[in-house]
Design a protein around this ligand. Structure first.
Ligand code: DGT
Ligand code: CA
Ligand code: CA
Ligand code: ZN
Length: 591
């Protein structure tokens, strides 16, 4: 567990203790412990722990030192787990409403028995909150407004939807005569599966027309901030966007800074400092001497030290002795260390994909026919397309029974034989994993297929052991080629089912079963955070759009983001292989 993750847990403990009305000294101890941790250098924590010197750090006492050590060494803290279990999660959520601190939340809980936002909404609407000592009409109104805002605007957005808003804006910015360079930064550029807000960085010769253009964009519902060189707007639908305009010489620094992540930035800044340099959104300047980093940067017009102004981010990284770190990897994990050693993986690229395997047609719940899907794959320049319609247990999705599946196989063979398309169509199925882990079709039904995607679509609420055993049983079935959407999560809507992914991944590796990276922007499942270690241990991936119509094939782009964030190379992904290689992979699998 990293130093920053540990600091976050200490802060969370402080909040939980506050919600329980604990002694303020105890609360403060955790808060200052978190701050003390944030202040020490990245590699320093391990050394302090090894030398048993942690408690000599100002702000960290005996009890805290022991807890930090436990977290660092085991990744867990029993005290925290118990504390967390003893506080209703609804209370923690109530803290996110503007103006609600732990004291207010506690009062509402103790006096009115309110334990979540839903109950708080009703109590406000009934006027019960206003009657409480220390609250009143005004506060009650403010709380209600805060809840409404949180629903409308507090949400994160799917990367796919955010990208659809951002791309035309970047293009529009680049077309403005004053604009020299423009790019989207932030979590969008890092390819994160959800995006809080959009961040645009622009280099321009004249700022006012750019700001004016930005705040007048179609779909802007509210201009939340407007200055000389920056502006923030909120679009219908709640997505917000920040614009920052800088002189061209500062563009690269601003782009890097606002691409983030915050953790990555902190580490980059520390690295600069270790070299006597100060890195900021304004430039890379000597750390010593008169003036702030900004003043210094402005004096040398953003020129970096060493001499030349970085023309692009690669030069910025190079100035700190680093290989270029692709934005997707900038999450503050170990990318800087890898960039120093020149050990960054050669990430999979869009052009590497030559097809995909999990796609639907009108035969089950898709919106386009086999012919239309094949034509769309051909238009994308793919060499092959896999069709995997639902199986009979997914009756709600018009799943195919044995007979219809047999007819579809014939249809696909005929299509391939007709040579109407250059794209080769593979025959597959998205076969339901029944609640006990058996597959929905018998082996003799599955055998004629090129491959089988096995997925869970029902009984999602099974307990962890049952679900884990269920998935492992499906993986052990020799007919299974790949596991579909491994956790069943729907981003921003539904958590994945409870499952021990470690054991599922182990089983997949042991049985040579692929796990798909479902590229549907709502799924991105298996999550990128699991992939790196899994791929290192030999797990093979398939990036599957799970397309239900022709346009859905494009979703592989969202999957590529996640694959790149995971550090996957083309070697770990089956659908980067040639048609001949995929054919022989399937043939070998079936033999
Ligand atoms: P989001 O919008 O929540 O999906 O995530 P980001 O990463 O786009 O975050 P955002 O929009 O708040 O800020 C954009 C970047 O600006 C962020 O990734 C890093 C940088 N940044 C923002 N606040 C801080 C900060 O307090 N410290 C540092 N070092 N960098 C920051
Ligand atoms: Ca952002
Ligand atoms: Ca932002
Ligand atoms: Zn499915």
């Amino acid at each position: 567990m990293t130093k920053n993750e540990i600091a976050d847990i200490l802060s969370e403990i402080a909040t939980l203790l506050e919600l329980q009305g604990e002694n303020p000294f105890k609360i403060r101890a955790y808060q200052s412990g978190a701050r003390a941790l944030e202040a020490i250098e990245a590699g320093e924590l391990a050394r302090l722990i090894a030398a048993e010197e942690l408690k000599s750090v100002k702000g960290i006492g005996d009890a805290l030192a022991q807890k930090i050590t436990e977290l660092c060494q085991t990744g867990r803290l029993e005290y925290f787990d118990k504390l967390k279990a003893s506080v209703a999660p609804g209370l923690v959520e109530m803290l996110q409403i503007p103006g609600m601190g732990p004291k207010k939340v506690r009062a509402l809980h103790d006096k009115l028995g309110i334990a979540d936002i839903a109950a708080l909404t009703t109590a406000c609407q009934d006027g019960r909150v206003a009657e409480l000592a220390g609250f009143g009409e005004k506060t009650q109104e403010k709380i209600l407004a805060g809840i409404k805002n949180r629903e409308a605007y507090g949400k994160r957005h799917l990367w796919w939807e955010a990208a659809a808003v951002a791309e035309p804006i970047v293009e529009g910015l680049r077309r403005l005569p004053q604009v020299q360079r423009a790019a989207a930064a932030g979590s969008l550029r890092r390819g994160l599966e959800t995006v809080g807000d959009l961040d645009f960085i622009v280099a321009a010769t004249d700022v006012a027309p750019v700001v004016a253009w930005f705040v007048a964009l179609p779909g802007v519902k509210e201009v939340t901030a407007q200055g000389e060189t920056k502006a923030s707007v909120r679009f219908e639908g709640g997505l917000q966007a920040d614009l920052r305009i800088v002189p061209d010489a500062q563009f690269v620094f601003a782009l890097h800074h606002f691409t983030g992540s915050k953790d990555h930035n902190v580490q980059m800044r520390q690295r600069a400092l270790a070299r006597g340099l100060s890195l900021s959104e304004w430039g890379l300047v000597p750390a010593e001497g008169e003036g702030t980093a900004r003043e210094k940067a402005e004096k040398q017009k953003g020129a970096s030290v060493p001499p030349a102004a970085p023309g692009d981010e690669a030069a910025l990284f190079a100035a700190l002795g680093l290989h270029f770190v692709p934005p997707e990897l900038r999450e503050g994990l170990d990318e800087i260390e890898q960039a120093e050693r020149g050990a960054l993986p050669r990430l999979i690229e869009a052009g590497d994909l030559r097809g995909a395997f999990h796609n639907h047609t009108t035969a089950s719940d898709g919106g386009n026919t086999l012919l239309e899907m094949t034509a769309a794959a051909e238009a994308l320049g793919w060499d092959y397309l896999g069709i995997a319609d639902h199986s009979k247990a997914s009756f709600q999705a018009n799943g195919l029974n044995e007979e219809r599946l047999a007819r579809q196989i014939e249809e696909i063979h005929a299509l391939n034989a007709s040579k109407r398309f250059k794209v080769h169509v593979f025959t597959g199925t998205e076969c339901d994993i029944l609640s006990d882990g058996r597959l929905d079709f018998d082996a003799d039904v599955l055998r004629p297929l090129d491959y089988v995607v096995a997925s869970v679509h029902n009984a999602l609420t099974q307990d962890e052991d049952t679900m884990t055993a269920r998935l492992i049983r499906a993986i052990e079935d020799p007919c299974t080629t790949m596991l579909g959407h491994a956790t069943g999560r729907l981003l921003l809507r539904r958590e994945g089912y409870r499952v021990d992914l470690g054991r599922v991944i182990d089983a997949a590796i042991a049985h040579g079963v692929i796990i798909e990276l479902n590229a549907s922007p709502w799924r991105l499942d298996l999550d990128w955070r699991h992939w790196r270690r899994a791929a290192e241990r030999g797990l093979l991936c398939a990036i599957n759009p799970d397309a239900h119509e022709t346009s859905g094939l494009q979703h592989v782009r969202a999957g590529l983001n996640s694959a790149r964030k995971a550090g996957l190379t083309r070697e770990s992904v089956l659908n980067t292989r040639s048609l001949a290689d995929v054919r022989s992979y399937f043939a070998a699998r079936k033999a």
